[in-house]
Each structure stands twice: as structure tokens, then as C-alpha cells.
Ligand binder design. Structure first.
Ligand SMILES: *[C@@H]1O[C@H](CO)[C@@H](O)[C@H](O)[C@H]1NC(C)=O
Ligand SMILES: *[C@@H]1O[C@H](CO)[C@@H](O)[C@H](O)[C@H]1NC(C)=O
Ligand SMILES: *[C@@H]1O[C@H](CO)[C@@H](O)[C@H](O)[C@H]1NC(C)=O
Ligand SMILES: *[C@@H]1O[C@H](CO)[C@@H](O)[C@H](O)[C@H]1NC(C)=O
Ligand SMILES: *[C@@H]1O[C@H](CO)[C@@H](O)[C@H](O)[C@H]1NC(C)=O
Length: 432
């Protein structure tokens, strides 16, 4: 009896804490996978080596997606973003089981590796055992939670709701859909608990998942994401502020929910947030033009200016990826404003590289979103790929058009799915 009473009391405490808390919103650390606080951190690497690896990860996932789509038998849904570059610390179950997982604005489901493993990738931290959580419950086939999940399938015989998610780089996770309590550790040391959160318990997981991560926290726009499941308590609002990777301070980026997630005040630029029926997880924005200094280039995007939503905003992709036709117009304009000789990128990943960019003036690049202009700083547009060698951080890609995380650094980036707007406010994220 004793453990049961304890559990009930514990849950009540969590619940009351939640109610008091969400009125004000809450803030959670967003740890870049290459920052000193991350278990992925490799102190032997230089910052430019880390950057090259991040660029490779982005390039790999979009490249391999092309191959994956070419396979005629790919019946499963394919998550097109890479696994993401930021980690969030959450706890699953009762008692709370700490889980460090990748925060992904390009997918929805919250999933973790689960015991018993039919096949699990190597994971440094202990693996979640649903049998040890008193609040864990498998979701039945008839439940609305099973039907809400796009990637679910049902075995009527066992009444088991299963899910499978395949990622662009051939990784996949397969398991059962369940509900459990999810606790987010707030930066003010109070915790925020949610009951009956739909999660994926992955019993068969394989691919290029790093041993330091236990799964993925989907922050996408679809109904099963953490953001959607937080629902009314955050009123559809969250924001993050990404600390530039070059600041060697080990400072952690932050993600804010609810009232804390509101972006307001002087200098806020807002643009409509577009949702598309064929990719409901993605946050789409509309870019009308891009300026290099005073030269303005019309941006039609993938759908040739016919519709709204010509670019996805994603925290998990490093570079900004533009359609190759646009990139081919943009690069010569950027090059023409720089009075230095372009160099070869030793990694072969980027064009337009220059030595010692601090010794000359770089062009000011402005993104003309529908409804407002975002002026970028040099740290948003050039990235150091080797000692003293920096390259233009925008790249051509014929598969995906993505507003990447380098372009978002030192901006408070606000998502509001209720008023369907996205906001940018220039901010020194290290001081948040
Ligand atoms: C995540 O949270 C757990 C438990 O609160 C803590 O022990 C661990 O240090 C945290 N990890 C990171 C990377 O912050
Ligand atoms: C959930 O479903 C899986 C697969 O059918 C099963 O192995 C497991 O025992 C179930 N867990 C609970 C708590 O019912
Ligand atoms: C959680 O779901 C169970 C059924 O699956 C239900 O009985 C319970 O009331 C729900 N709890 C909350 C707090 O919504
Ligand atoms: C894009 O739009 C322009 C002008 O409206 C048109 O001339 C061109 O043919 C279109 N291209 C495609 C691929 O539809
Ligand atoms: C880079 O440029 C600055 C300013 O012109 C200069 O002081 C510095 O010596 C240069 N560094 C290298 C490595 O060329």
C-alpha cells in the first residue's frame, strides 16, 4: 500500500504545481549537441570541425532522403528533417525517468527507446522500462489517441496500437503507442508535469542515432507533438533563443512555453505561419525576396511564387537551404560585394569561402518575409569551416527549402500556432 499512496500524493503535487505554473509559462534548457553541457560534446574537436560535422549531418539527411524516396516500396512515412541539433531534458513516467532526447521542430511524436529491446541502438543512459512506471499505459486500437497518430497501425488480435517512423537517413523506430506522464524540468527549478501524454515506446530502433540520445521530442505542428499536447496550457505559443555556437562560453540556449514564449516589444517582425495538408508537421513561412545590400532578389521558392509557404523553418538544420535556381542568382551577387578572393572550402561542402572575414566588410543580407524584414548579422550568414576560413552559410538544395538554425541565432524566434504567426526579435541570446 505504501508505494501506492506515495505515488498518488506525488501525482497530486505535480498536478497542482502544473496548474500554478502554466499561468506564467515555463522555460527549459535547449542544449546544442556540440556544446560543453551535451553528452555529444567532444573536447578534442575545434569549433570549425564541429561546424563541418553539423553541416555534413544536414547534407547527409537531405541527400539520403532523395534515395529513400526513390525506393518504390517506401510505404512508411518518412521524416524529412535530420534528427536535429538540440537536446531537451525531459522525464518520462512515475517515478520520473530522466531522458535526454533530441528536440525536433520537423517531426511530431515524442519517442524513446524502451525495454524490452527487440533491437535498440547503443544508448549511454539507461533505457526506459515501461514496467517500472506506474502511470504507463498502452493505447488501445479504438482510442482516439491511436487514430490521431498518422504513423500508427493496429493489431486487432492483440489490441496493440503500433507506430513506425522512418527518417531520411534510413534510421527508424518501431514500437507501441502509449500514454505516460511527461515532466519538463524548468530553468526556475520547478517542474512542469503533463499526464496522459501520447508517447512512442520504441522496442525496435536502428540507424544513425547517437548513443548519447535516448529518442526524439517532436516539437512539430502535428497533433501528437509536445507543443500540441501541451495545448491550451501554453495557448499554442513557444519561442527559443539560440546562442551562437562561436561564443565559447558554454551558455545554454533556452526554449520558452506559454506566457514565457510570447515575443513582443520593439523590433518584433512578424510573418504568417503557414500549414500544409501534405506535410502537417512542418512550420512553413513565406519569403518574398532576399536583399544583398541594396540589391533585392525576388524569391519564388519551390512553388514558383504561386502559393504561400515556400520555406520551412527548422531548428535542426544548420544551413539555410534555397532552391538551386535561386542560390545560383544569390551567390554571384554576394561575391560581387566582397573585395577579397574566394577560396576553396577544404571540406567541399560550401561555395564562397574567404580568409579572415573580420578584415573586410560583408554585405548586409535581409530576408523579406511576407509582412516584415529580418536583417541578418554576419554570424547568421557566414560560418567558420576551418581556422580563419569562413563560407557563406546558405546552400542550394533541390529537395528542401529550409530556414536553418545559423540564420536564427541571436534572434528570439516565436511560434504562435493560435494566431498563426511567427515572430523574430533581434536578441543577445547569451543574456537571456
Ligand atoms: C537532465 O536531467 C537529469 C535529472 O534531472 C540530470 O541528472 C542531468 O544532469 C540532466 N542532463 C543535462 C545534460 O542537463
Ligand atoms: C504493451 O504492449 C506491448 C506489446 O504488445 C506488451 O509487450 C506490453 O506488455 C504492454 N504493456 C502493458 C503495460 O500493458
Ligand atoms: C488518463 O487516461 C485514463 C484512461 O486512459 C483516464 O482514466 C484518466 O482519467 C486520464 N487522466 C487524466 C488526468 O486525464
Ligand atoms: C514561374 O513563373 C514565371 C512567371 O510567372 C513563369 O514564366 C515560369 O514559366 C514559371 N516556372 C515554372 C517552372 O512554372
Ligand atoms: C585579419 O585581419 C585583421 C584586420 O585587418 C588583421 O589585423 C589580422 O592580422 C588578420 N589576420 C590574419 C590571420 O590574416
Amino acid at each position: 500500500m505504501a508505494p501506492l499512496i506515495f505515488t498518488t500524493l506525488f501525482s497530486l503535487l505535480l498536478l497542482s504545481n502544473t496548474n500554478a505554473h502554466t499561468k506564467h509559462g515555463f522555460t527549459v534548457d535547449l542544449i546544442h549537441r556540440d556544446s560543453p553541457k551535451s553528452p555529444f560534446y567532444n573536447p578534442a574537436e575545434t569549433s570549425s570541425q564541429r561546424m563541418i560535422n553539423a553541416i555534413r549531418r544536414s547534407a547527409r539527411s537531405t541527400l539520403q532522403l532523395a534515395k529513400y524516396e526513390a525506393s518504390p516500396n517506401s510505404a512508411q512515412s518518412v521524416i524529412t528533417s535530420n534528427h536535429g541539433e538540440y537536446l531537451m531534458n525531459i522525464s518520462i513516467g512515475t517515478p520520473p525517468f530522466p531522458t535526454l532526447a533530441i528536440a525536433d521542430t520537423g517531426s511530431d511524436l515524442i519517442w524513446t527507446q524502451c525495454k524490452p529491446c527487440i533491437k535498440c541502438y547503443r544508448q549511454t543512459a539507461p533505457i526506459f522500462n515501461p514496467k517500472e512506471s506506474t502511470t504507463y499505459k498502452n493505447v488501445s486500437c479504438s482510442s482516439s489517441k491511436c487514430r490521431a497518430l498518422e504513423d500508427s497501425s493496429c493489431s486487432k488480435a492483440e489490441d496493440t496500437c503500433s507506430f513506425i517512423i522512418a527518417y531520411g537517413d534510413f534510421s527508424y523506430t518501431k514500437g507501441v503507442v502509449a500514454v505516460d506522464t511527461v515532466t519538463l524540468g524548468s530553468t526556475d527549478r520547478r517542474s512542469m508535469s503533463l499526464r496522459n501524454v501520447t508517447i512512442g515506446c520504441g522496442h525496435k530502433n536502428s540507424g544513425k542515432f547517437d548513443p548519447a540520445g535516448s529518442g526524439i521530442i517532436g516539437l512539430g505542428r502535428g497533433s501528437t507533438s509536445l507543443v500540441s499536447q501541451l495545448g491550451k496550457s501554453i495557448n499554442g505559443k513557444f519561442s527559443y533563443c539560440l546562442v551562437p555556437l562561436t561564443s565559447q562560453t558554454g551558455l545554454t540556449s533556452k526554449i520558452n512555453f506559454g506566457r514565457n514564449g510570447v515575443v513582443s516589444g520593439k523590433g518584433v517582425v512578424s510573418t504568417p505561419l503557414v500549414q500544409k495538408a501534405d506535410s502537417p508537421s512542418f512550420y512553413y513561412l513565406t519569403i518574398e525576396a532576399v536583399s544583398v545590400g541594396r540589391k533585392k532578389l525576388h524569391f519564388s521558392g519551390t512553388n514558383n511564387g504561386t502559393g504561400e509557404g515556400n520555406i520551412i523553418i527548422d531548428s535542426g538544420t544548420t544551413l539555410t537551404l534555397f532552391p538551386p535556381e535561386f542560390q545560383q542568382k544569390l551567390e554571384p551577387v554576394v561575391a560581387s560585394t566582397i573585395k577579397a578572393h574566394p577560396m576553396q572550402d577544404p571540406s567541399g561542402l560550401l561555395n564562397l569561402c574567404y580568409k579572415n572575414i573580420s578584415s573586410f566588410k560583408l554585405p548586409e543580407i535581409t530576408i523579406h518575409f511576407k509582412g516584415g524584414d529580418v536583417k541578418l548579422e554576419n554570424l547568421n550568414t557566414f560560418v567558420e569551416v576551418a581556422e580563419g576560413l569562413s563560407c557563406f552559410a546558405f546552400s542550394g538544395n533541390d529537395r528542401m527549402t529550409i530556414y536553418g538554425n545559423l540564420a536564427q541565432m541571436n534572434f528570439l524566434v516565436g511560434y504562435d500556432t493560435v494566431s498563426k504567426t511567427m515572430s523574430f526579435k533581434k536578441t543577445n541570446c547569451a543574456k537571456m
